[in-house]
Design a protein around this ligand. Structure first.
Ligand SMILES: Cc1cc2nc3c(=O)[nH]c(=O)nc-3n(C[C@H](O)[C@H](O)[C@H](O)COP(=O)(O)OP(=O)(O)OC[C@H]3O[C@@H](n4cnc5c(N)ncnc54)[C@H](O)[C@@H]3O)c2cc1C
Length: 430
């Protein structure tokens, strides 16, 4: 850059310090990547001088919905694991270190190697992680022998081998407790297991049970009834209000001492947020960040925002939610920098395809206020996707979403699905 121009820019920024902001994003998964790319675009559009940097220790980006297909041999590592750096604009530095602690008073994070990064605005997108070791006995004898998870790459890969070797017996899919990422993924696993064993010609030798702490197959009644029908059609037993307390031998045992025997256990373990959140004044005991449900700003420290699985908001921990939240966070970070009133904009909008096996899937779309309802999506009257109906089109939508994720969602390109929930195309069943 020409020296005079550089001097001039520095001079302008010194005269208008409110235009300069050091924005630090923690986590470079779904939310961190989208918000970094989106904020770069938005800050330029608004003439703001943001210095954006991202911190994440992992060099690889995992497309987590792919973990559902890996155990059944229906996807490959190359399709779901790619270098993170490729999906964050090259002008944005990525520091490959873990955040160890957060000091909200001095506005700084300390990294694993002891180095300190200061911020003016902090955006937390460190997601949620599974903690199987927190359930008594789960990771003891039998872990990765006949007890698995599929929420981690390691777990999903090992489970693929175990399923291939499974010749019959009782398969139990068990959610230890809520909240979990993608609350429908365990149901999808059970549906795909049914199709998988049918294809292998041993379905009659496999009993499948779906064991959940909820009082139904899902949190909301209309979808819960629809999913119960699918479970019944597939002869998958539903066991509700089972709060897993411990695992002993080939048994899961609830806190009220009910037992379920298994030959193969697929556990969805307890979930936590990041430790640095647990040890700070901005989150709950599980490590999820307190933010306003609609602005996504921390009320105690207004320079802190969060999105995705890292938040404690009562929305699903899902990629779709993370994507919709990124639009609100980007708008509100810009407004915060310009000292304008924030938008109370995020409405809990969530949508998710649910694989039901045999090349079919169903779809849900809902918000804080409105439960998943039947109808057409995304265009009222046209669809072409159908809500709460098993169709091939939904299945192709789910498969196509992987490419949309890598090449449209993460780079924060335009998508024809609005961030706000709408009742258009939906109806309430009588
Ligand atoms: C099996 C499965 C199936 C799913 N299916 C779907 C689906 O069909 N549809 C859907 O919408 N969603 C689905 N999801 C959920 C979706 O993947 C997540 O909701 C989404 O990835 C959340 O994005 P995030 O940015 O909050 O977290 P993540 O994408 O998990 O990113 C968190 C990042 O933070 C980093 N990090 C963690 N701790 C630290 C630290 N201390 N310092 C620095 N960095 C840190 C991590 O390395 C990671 O890169 C599924 C999830 C799973 C597990």
């Amino acid at each position: 850059m020409d020296k005079d121009v550089f001097f001039c820019l520095r001079h302008v920024c010194c005269l208008f310090p409110c235009l300069m902001h050091n924005v630090v994003i923690l986590g470079a998964g779904t939310g961190g990547s989208i918000i970094a790319n989106r904020l770069r675009k938005e800050s330029r559009r608004h003439g703001l001088k943001f210095t954006i940097s991202v911190i994440d220790p992992e060099p690889q980006h995992l497309y987590q919905p792919g973990l559902l297909f890996l155990p059944f041999g229906q996807t490959t590592l190359a399709k779901i694991l790619k270098p993170k750096r490729r999906f964050i604009h090259k002008s944005i530095p990525v520091i490959e270190k873990a955040v160890a602690s957060l000091d909200t008073e001095v506005k700084a994070v300390t990294l694993g190697d002891g180095s300190v990064v200061n911020y003016d605005i902090l955006i937390i997108a460190t997601g949620a992680k599974v903690a199987p070791e927190e359930t008594e006995g789960l990771t003891g004898e039998g872990w990765y022998k006949n007890r698995f998870d599929f929420y981690t790459l390691d777990g999903a890969r090992r489970l693929q081998q175990a399923l291939a070797n499974f010749s019959g017996g009782h398969l139990v899919v068990n959610i230890v407790d809520m909240p979990i990422k993608c609350p429908v993924a365990p149901l999808e696993f059970a549906f795909l297991a049914d199709a998988y064993f049918q294809k292998r010609g041993i379905r009659d030798k496999v009993r499948i049970s779906y064991v959940t702490p909820l009082d139904a197959a899902f949190t909301k009644p209309v979808a819960a009834a629809a999913f119960k029908d699918i479970l019944d059609q597939k002869q998958i037993e539903l066991i509700t209000e089972f709060n897993t307390g411990r695992v002993e031998g080939n048994q899961i045992i609830s806190w009220d001492e009910r037992t379920v025997d298994f030959d193969l256990l697929v556990s969805i373990p307890l979930h936590n947020g990041a430790d640095f959140v647990k040890n700070s004044d901005i989150g709950d005991d599980l490590g999820f960040v307190w933010v306003d449900n609609h602005t996504l700003q921390n009320e105690k420290h207004p320079e802190i925002f969060a999105l995705g699985d890292a938040t404690a908001v009562p929305a699903s921990k899902a990629g779709s939610v993370t994507h919709f939240e990124s639009e609100t966070v980007a708008d509100n970070v810009v407004r915060y920098a310009k000292k304008q009133q924030l938008l109370k904009d995020f409405d809990g909008h969530s949508n998710c395809f649910i694989e039901t096996g045999n090349s079919r899937a169903t779809l849900i779309d809902f918000s804080y206020e409105v439960e998943p309802l039947p109808g057409k999506f995304p265009y009222a009257g046209i669809g072409p996707l159908k809500l709460l109906k098993q169709t091939r089109m939904n299945h192709w939508g789910k498969l196509a979403f992987r490419l949309i994720y890598w090449y449209i969602l993460l780079p924060a390109r335009w998508l024809p699905i609005g961030r706000h929930f709408t009742m258009k195309g939906k109806y309430k069943p009588s």
